[in-house]
Design a protein around this ligand. Structure first.
Ligand code: PEP
Ligand code: MN
Length: 262
């Protein structure tokens, strides 16, 4: 179902009014994790003003260490909904487990994180829902494995899938991951599904977000996911890779200019 051969036209996915794919460009921006009402609302307003089309924020966080901040849980989703009311931006948030799905009624798009890309039980369950799904590429997943994960969702009836390249494991250690820009033309060739790029998790450092974003736009991506925090030094998760609102605002200007030049 994800195969371009049987579906020559680009899919356009509608996330609460924000379109992705077939020439429609989406920018998902916001903090790694929802932390306080002030943090999420202040950041959301800044993202909206800069031109983001979807607000991101994690309430259930897949942290490497069990001793790290695990997210606010259902309360975090409530704050995200509050930020949606304030800004009008649709929201995307990660669901880590089937037991959490009960809290996601008012979330516009469900994110399947890299670590859950092959959680087939979860994929099948969100495949039964009528909500767009953001499917992140696994830490070391091949294109084929990634597309098969999309297939697990689509085979259950939900064809609203957006792919997200967030960097893969390579031999390089200077960066958190390596952004695979080749995924853009390759996935566009193999599939009709939109693909967005996440330079924040790929590099793991804020100064790399601008060049990687511009490379992604130049490479034909259908959108970006960028972590933005009103005060990155105080972030409880992924602070080093978060952009400040002013940095995000200037990046968005460059992204718009580059898209017009294409
Ligand atoms: C995230 O988006 O905050 C996240 C945890 O991403 P990934 O699953 O790509 O690591
Ligand atoms: Mn993060």
């Amino acid at each position: 179902k994800a195969n371009r051969k049987f579906h020559p036209d680009d899919s356009v996915i509608n996330v609460g009014g924000a379109l992705i794919g077939g020439g429609h460009f989406a920018v998902m921006a916001g903090p790694c994790s929802v932390e306080t009402p002030e943090q999420v609302i202040e950041t959301a307003i800044a993202c909206k003003e800069a031109g983001a089309t979807i607000l991101r924020g994690g309430a259930f966080k897949p942290r490497t260490s069990p001793y790290s901040f695990q997210g606010m849980g259902p309360e975090g989703l409530e704050l995200l909904e509050l930020a949606k009311k304030e800004t009008g931006l649709p929201i995307v948030s990660e669901v880590m487990d089937i037991s959490q799905l009960q809290y996601f009624d008012n979330v516009d798009m469900l994110q399947i994180g890299a670590r859950n890309m092959q959680n087939f039980t979860l994929l099948k369950e969100v495949g039964k829902m009528n909500k767009p799904i953001l499917l992140k590429r696994g830490l070391s997943a091949t294109y084929e494995e990634w597309l098969m994960a999309a297939e697990y969702i689509m085979s259950e009836g939900n064809e609203q899938v957006v792919l997200c390249e967030r960097g893969i494991r390579t031999f390089e250690t200077k960066t958190r991951n390596t952004l695979d820009v080749t995924a853009i033309p390759m996935m566009h060739e193999l599939s009709h599904l939109p693909i967005i790029m996440d330079p924040s998790h790929a590099a793991g450092m804020s100064r790399m977000v601008r060049p990687l974003s511009l490379a992604s736009v130049g490479g034909g991506a259908d959108g970006l996911m960028i972590e933005v925090h009103n005060d990155p030094s105080k972030a409880l998760c992924d602070g080093p890779q978060a952009l400040r609102p002013d940095q995000f605002t200037s990046l968005m200007k460059e992204v718009r200019a580059l898209r017009q030049a294409l």
